[in-house]
Design a protein around this ligand. Sequence first.
Ligand code: FES
Length: 80
Amino acid sequence: MNPRHGSKPIVCDESPGKKAYCQCGHSEKLPYCDGAHSRLQTGVTPIVIEVTDAGKKAVCQCHKSGTLPWCDGTHSKLGA
Ligand code: FES
């Protein structure tokens, strides 16, 4: 488990545009990347995508989703 990522998604009211979602778990602005992966040389880079539609999005924090960066419910099948 990454340091700040949990076992449940972060739900955010997303707006369209280019987004970078943290994958290293060290960002202070989760679910977004704040550059911590570079500062800490984690070797893990964010998922950068173009969000095309506004609305509530569940951003995966367990890293097991089949539809990263979005939650697909896989976290609910994982053990504690
Ligand atoms: S947080 Fe839901 S699948 Fe990862």
